[in-house]
Ligand binder design. Sequence first.
Ligand SMILES: Nc1ncnc2c1ncn2[C@@H]1O[C@H](COP(=O)(O)OP(=O)(O)OP(=O)(O)O)[C@@H](O)[C@H]1O
Ligand SMILES: [Mg+2]
Length: 300
Amino acid sequence: MTTVDLAFRDVVIPGRAPDYKGKVRDLYALDGRLILVATDRVSAYDVILSKGIPGKGRVLTQISRFWFEKLRDRVRSHYLTTDVSRYPEPFASHRAILDGRSMLVERANRFDVECVVRGYLAGSGWKEYQATGKVCGVPLPPGLQLSSPLPEPIFTPATKASEGHDENIDFDQMVSIVGGETAERLRALSLEIYRAAAAHVASCGLILADTKFEFGERDGEIIWIDEALSPDSSRYWPMDGYRVGESQESFDKQVIRDYLDSIRWDRNPPPPRLPEAVIEKAARRYEEALGRITGAGPTR
Ligand SMILES: Nc1ncnc2c1ncn2[C@@H]1O[C@H](COP(=O)(O)OP(=O)(O)OP(=O)(O)O)[C@@H](O)[C@H]1O
Ligand SMILES: [Mg+2]
């Protein structure tokens, strides 16, 4: 068996099928709560690849837990525990499978918008800026380059498409989806979390270029759900090596996207098999992200 075969693409709880299988996570619904299980699946360009990245699910779960705990006094989140012995049965009996990669959370009614905050120009924001000088309706000064810092962090929501790519929308479109008052609160909360997290990671030598949040409603309150500032939902860049005008080496699945681009995959399924070296490199990047952000050691 090679290292890549150690990935948990499918996490199986005997006798209990997931209630929802996302691209990366499996959800089990309990009474008013959920168990979120982060597998080692990896998707690129919205297609799930045939091999997983060993340790990725653990890394993502540990990073989310770190942020939910660190920012708990500022924002109520769905996070309850990652201690498997406190889960209800049959889950508590499957510690070996679930430990480190699962989380018991409060279930919420999700707002169907992605709450994106950008402090730097990258990805779809950079493309939109080049075409229009704006990002999601927010006008930006002329002359910005790829990876430029923005004058201040901006809130750039997107739809949560159940199929295919999320689409950037402007604030008014968000208001028509969730209502004005909620839209204002989600924007304020998103910017607050971004600023706090960016300040923390700056002290670890990282730039938080952008990130996306999900929120839901529970007991009449807005709560922060889904994942928290993980490398799958955020762009973290090492400060050393940061250059305006260039794309940055990020701690996410960029390694994988670069490989897929290099072989000119047309982004239609079935996806190509990743070489072992690419999988290994991606696994190391995820581990490194965990270490840099939380100060934790390796997880595998
Ligand atoms: N506390 C919560 N209450 C309700 N739903 C939640 C909660 N936390 C996360 N979710 C939802 O659980 C799912 C997690 O699965 P995952 O992110 O792997 O799926 P996905 O394929 O990315 O799907 P999506 O496009 O819906 O995010 C998401 O749909 C997310 O919105
Ligand atoms: Mg998701």
